[in-house]
Write a protein that binds this ligand. Structure first.
Ligand SMILES: [Zn+2]
Ligand SMILES: [Zn+2]
Length: 276
């Protein structure tokens, strides 16, 4: 059997592989080492490499749509079957110069940075943190979808099939690309993280609770095992993301009431944080 893939079909092929690797590596958004499977997590590398590969091919498809010869590194010499095609980094520059409407200056810089990371994965030691790679992956993925639409190929049957077969993943990745970050192993919107940082700075001052009669109680920080039957298994509180030794954050369902020793969230003690 003979197989022929044009540039776009080749891009889809890597794109599909990338989604499959992503589905193995993501483990439903797990970032904590103790709760991750190492052999699954290392698939982030392949998910990332294949996504960048598909992206570079998409750039070429985009250039080719403008003019065939644009996909070649050197356009000033006669094109033969041996002519070298343009690299991803140069390709994105050329595409930007040909049509700055397709991508923004910020996106161009981001894409080049992502290509550099891919190069280091392929040629050097691999050093990756899922908290850093996931936001990059999702943003590149959404740029792939955006640039793909520029080609007017939204209804391409191969693309439709891939997205349909991975509908849930596609939806999750596109949602994550809208500004999610990973902080304390939790996926959250960047704005939420900024508010959280302010709360963390204030955490030390929230150690006393007071009841209606004016009696004060010292709170149990996350990790305290005096009344919690189960020792802390997670690096951060699984409900409110407090670090070991920090006081729990608002409405945490794990915090124990220092007055009645039941769940603080549901007990009848009506304690409030005492502010000096
Ligand atoms: Zn908590
Ligand atoms: Zn209570």
């Amino acid at each position: 059997m003979k197989i022929e893939l044009d540039i776009l079909r080749n891009a889809y092929d890597y794109f599909e592989e990338s989604i499959k690797y992503y589905e193995i590596a993501d483990e439903d958004g797990t970032h904590e080492e103790a709760f991750s499977d190492y052999n699954s997590k290392i698939k982030w590398k392949m998910a990332y490499i294949t996504l960048i590969q598909s992206f570079e091919l998409l750039i070429k498809a985009e250039l080719k749509k403008i003019l065939d010869i644009l996909i070649y590194e050197n356009m000033d010499i006669p094109i033969t079957s041996k002519s070298k095609t343009i690299s991803g980094t140069k390709g994105i520059e050329r595409l930007y110069n040909c049509n700055p409407k397709i991508i923004s200056l910020e996106e161009k810089g981001f894409i080049k940075e992502c290509i550099e990371i891919r190069n280091s994965f392929v040629h050097c030691d691999v050093d990756l943190d899922t908290a850093e790679i996931k936001p990059k992956y999702c943003k590149m993925y959404s740029l792939f979808a955006k640039m793909h639409n520029e080609l007017n190929e939204e209804s391409n049957e191969v693309y439709i099939r891939i997205v349909n077969e991975h509908r849930k993943t596609h939806g999750n990745v596109m949602e994550f690309s809208k500004g999610y970050v990973v902080f304390r192993n939790v996926e959250m919107l960047e704005e939420f993280k900024n508010d959280f940082l302010k709360e963390i700075a204030n955490n030390k001052r929230t150690g006393i609770l007071i009841d209606k009669a004016g009696v004060k109680y010292n709170r149990y920080p996350y990790g305290n095992t005096e009344w919690n039957v189960i020792p802390p298994l997670h690096e951060f509180c699984p409900d409110c993301a407090a670090a070991l030794g920090e006081f729990h954050y608002e409405d945490c369902d794990i915090e124990i009431c220092p007055k009645c020793h039941n769940q603080l969230l549901s007990c009848d003690c009506e304690l409030e944080v005492y502010v000096e």
